[in-house]
Ligand binder design. Structure first.
Ligand SMILES: [Zn+2]
Length: 678
């Protein structure tokens, strides 16, 4: 990634300086298959590697050709490294690195000229990662010929043949004729920016919205292969959270995606989450922005693309301050000119697009970063809180106001020996506080090493994108359904309970609210069906909770989910680990049976059927617990079953009439709901 960023800065710098730059994007023909073994082992020797076992891995083994499912005779190969072998990329790098060394040597001897010479001594002529190679040259035909010769020599030595048909020449600031001249010289095609380097579009200017269309298409394609419509809500959620987002992560680690693109990508995810790939529109149960909240703030933890983008880009500031590399050297020379204070860098009109995007998100990075003062080079004297918890500009506002060196670093302050220029004479009282401040500074334990940058959000002090993301979402508010997410129940039951807590399980009441037209009455009785009714107040639910109450020795039953929590805590004070477990089993059993009546035209013979189903669920889910807890749950289930029998016996003796009749007619449009709750 570092080299993608570096390439962008190099191209932009060339464009900004109105120089003509020649960029050659090389494609190696069947890169892995053609490596010359002798050359590979020579390279390894140069790196002082012992190649005994590598030789066995590379040269040992035989190959055969499989044609029409028939394997031909095995034969021994004489060149190349194997595709798919984890060792191959490293071995390939040794060979490719040799080209980079040859180019650098030629640069050193003045035979080649790279780009961005004003930033990096002799300029950058080659960027290479695995078999992705970019050559950057100044507009100089004579030197370009040298380059061609070098490529040819490398080919002869290593066996790596450049596929000139697939390689491209692109010019920065060049005209058509010059481009054709170079394309002819290298015998390859003339191309256009942005070019693809390491899978990412790169060019000297800002990428347009159309450059992101392939990413959107890829995203859509990925969604369509997932058979979204046949997946449950839980499955779709898992896929969105894992693989789906990871397709963007790579791009978002380098570019601040345009808002339009983010919105399109988000819409794709939203549609996939709501309706899978089915074209049929599903009911919107809950706002997308609620779903995108983190789990401990009431959402489902789908990552917000924009915030994710900011978090990923913040890493570049960390890299700039704590690591060395080509990109860092370029950026320091281009935008910082020996100044280590990242806080004072101002945005300029001719900044590169990536750099100006990084400046936009700098504030978020600075919130999480802390600096321990050593030599004071990267600390603002007035505005950073280095001496005390608060910065000096706040502790000494009048001094700050009259001081004319507002942007100096602590290091400069020491170099100037506290001789700052002030806009007027200090009155005695201010003079005293100035002197005492200087005294305080002189006893500060400075050190002759770079200031130590660390990250506040983490114990080890190392940057993490997650902590930036957490910081960006820390303002979210919402109820935490921690008990649901922590419960040992299947994921889809957790989601069901989450919907239940949010009052959006698609009962008839909720369907009516979403403009559904149909009979609002309950499938088990004549009252209207809503969440509290179906799960707690319906005669069927009352029998169920009554049986549970009998099992717990309780003399009342809960009337809604909120009461359930108080009720269970009261009657089962030591059963904390199974509160959500029981609620999930009972409510899910009710919901399943209700749907059987609704969609499968089945009838409910007796409410105890539902309890027995809940018992079966609990027995099954008990496997998610450790053996100790598992035993307790199974004992509890046994007691519950015996209570069921008691209730049934009681009913048989008192009233032989069973509670319910069969279902009313099935509701066609209600079946849209089925997807959300399976
Ligand atoms: Zn009812």
């Amino acid at each position: 990634m570092n080299s993608v960023m570096a390439l962008h800065e190099i191209l932009h710098e060339t464009k900004r300086n109105k120089e003509v730059g020649v960029v050659l994007k090389l494609d190696f023909e069947k890169a892995y298959d053609k490596i010359n073994w002798n050359f590979l082992f020579d390279c390894l020797h140069l790196w002082i590697f012992c190649d005994t076992w590598i030789k066995i891995v590379v040269t040992g083994g035989t190959v055969c050709v499989k044609l029409n499912n028939i394997e031909g005779p095995y034969f021994v190969s004489h060149k190349g490294v194997r595709q798919g072998d984890p060792l191959s990329p490293i071995l390939f790098n040794f060979v490719a690195d040799c080209l980079a060394r040859m180019v650098k040597m030629a640069q050193h001897n003045g035979l080649l000229c790279g780009l961005a010479e004003n930033l990096i001594p002799k300029g950058v002529a080659i960027l290479q990662y695995a078999d992705d190679t970019i050559i950057c040259l100044k507009n100089d035909v004579e030197k370009a010929r040298n380059m061609k010769l070098l490529l040819y020599l490398h080919e002869v030595m290593s066996g790596l043949k450049i596929n000139f048909g697939k390689s491209e020449v692109i010019l920065v600031n060049g005209d058509n004729d010059t481009q054709i001249l170079y394309a002819d010289l290298f015998n390859c095609q003339a191309g256009l920016f942005p070019i693809k380097y390491l899978g990412v579009p790169v060019g000297p200017g800002r990428l347009h919205i159309k450059d992101w269309v392939p990413l959107q298409e890829k995203n859509l394609k990925k969604l369509s292969t997932w058979k979204g419509s046949s997946l449950s809500m839980a499955g779709r959620l898992t896929l969105i959270n894992s693989s789906l987002s990871s397709t963007f992560i790579y791009h978002m680690s380098m570019y601040f995606l345009p808002k339009t693109t983010t919105e399109i990508l988000d819409k794709q995810r939203r549609t996939f989450f709501r309706q899978g790939n089915g074209s049929k529109k599903k009911y919107r149960l809950i706002q997308w922005k609620v779903i995108c909240k983190s789990k401990h703030k009431g959402g489902l933890g789908i990552k917000d693309i924009r915030k994710m983008n900011i978090s990923l880009l913040s890493k570049w500031w960390w890299k700039l301050e704590t690591e060395d590399g080509l990109w860092q050297s370029i950026v320091k020379a281009k935008y910082m000119q020996g100044n280590n204070l990242i806080t004072t860098i101002k945005h300029k009109a001719d900044d590169s697009p990536i750099w100006s995007d990084l400046l936009k998100i700098r504030q978020f990075y600075l919130k999480g970063r802390s600096v321990t003062t050593k030599n004071g080079q990267s600390i603002l004297f007035w505005e950073d809180p280095w001496l005390h918890q608060k910065p000096l500009c706040i502790l000494h506002p009048v001094l700050y106001d009259i001081c004319q060196d507002k942007n100096i670093s602590v290091h400069t302050f020491i170099l100037k020996q506290a001789q700052l220029s002030l806009s007027r004479w200090l009155p005695p009282i201010l003079f005293d506080s100035w002197v005492s401040l200087i005294d305080e500074i002189y006893v500060y334990p400075f050190a002759n090493s770079a200031d130590e940058i660390s990250w506040k959000g983490r114990k080890n002090g190392k940057f993490s994108t997650k902590s930036v993301y957490d910081m960006l979402t820390s303002g979210e508010t919402g109820l935490s359904f921690k008990s649901i997410w922590k419960a040992k129940i299947p994921h889809r039951i957790k989601l069901f309970l989450w919907l239940l807590e949010n009052q959006v399980v698609l009962t008839k009441y909720n369907l009516l609210k979403r403009n559904w037209q149909g009979d609002p009455s309950c499938y088990f009785c004549t009252s209207n069906e809503n969440i509290d009714h179906l799960f707690f107040l319906c005669p069927v639910a009352k029998v169920i909770w009554g049986t549970v109450a009998l099992c717990l020795g309780a003399n009342n039953i809960p009337e809604n989910i909120f009461q359930y929590k108080i009720w269970i805590t009261h009657w089962l004070p030591l059963g904390h680990p199974v509160y959500t477990f029981c609620l999930g089993a009972v409510c899910w059993a009710i919901w399943k049976k209700r749907n059987e009546v609704c969609f499968e035209n089945k009838s409910l013979k007796h409410p105890t059927d539902i309890i027995l189903y809940a018992c079966a669920l609990m027995t099954y889910w008990a496997g998610l617990y450790g053996s100790d807890m598992q035993g307790k749950i199974l004992d509890g289930v046994k007691i519950l079953i015996s209570c069921v029998h008691k209730v049934m016996a009681q009913q048989r003796s008192s009233s032989p009439r069973l509670l319910l009749d069969g279902p009313s007619q099935p509701q066609a449009s209600a079946e849209d709901a089925s997807d959300e709750d399976n």
